[in-house]
Design a protein around this ligand. Structure first.
Ligand code: SF4
Ligand code: SF4
Length: 152
């Protein structure tokens, strides 16, 4: 009886306290605060700079700028958080929820909405601006040379 006494308090406490375990899978698991579950992207804010891809130690991220695609192999990701730290637009985050098991290393592809015609227009405008700047510089150089020749 004397040996039981040290446990009596614990037994009574356990009887009246919440169970330490949960009824998984019937009761969903609650993730602890700051869980490093998996990486998510806010694709609308991404500028396709590739910083996340270059900073990822296992090379789990690929950024395809021409196709406006951001991809991640979640089976290669080690949840280190470097990509989240390095993203200049803060459009990456580590959120709770782990990669579900699968038989193959499927890559998750996130497509950024874009209009190819609008992209072509922007590129044409950019090239026209570069050409105009070059022509202006050449004309200024020619005018300067002409002025120098006139003085000599
Ligand atoms: S969390 Fe780490 S391993 Fe995962 S994608 Fe980002 S940089 Fe790569
Ligand atoms: S670092 Fe951020 S902005 Fe740059 S490509 Fe990655 S997700 Fe996009």
């Amino acid at each position: 009886m004397g040996q039981f006494m040290p446990f009596a308090g614990q037994v009574l406490k356990n009887l009246f306290s919440k169970p330490a375990t949960t009824q998984y899978p019937f009761a969903p698991k609650e993730y602890p605060e700051r869980t490093r579950g998996h990486v998510e992207i806010q694709i609308e804010d991404c500028i396709m700079c590739g910083m996340c891809m270059r900073s990822c130690p296992p090379g789990a991220i690929e950024v395809k700028k021409p196709e406006h695609q951001w991809t991640i192999n979640r089976f290669d990701c080690i949840q280190c958080g470097y990509c989240v730290e390095k993203c200049p637009k803060k459009c990456l985050s580590l959120v709770p929820g782990y990669q579900v098991p699968a038989g193959e290393k499927a890559v998750c592809v996130v497509q950024q909405p874009f209009d190819p015609e609008e992209e072509a227009r922007k590129e044409a405008a950019k090239q026209a601006a570069i050409k105009a700047a070059q022509e202006k510089a050449a004309a200024a150089k020619a005018a300067k040379e002409a002025a120098e020749q006139a003085q000599s």
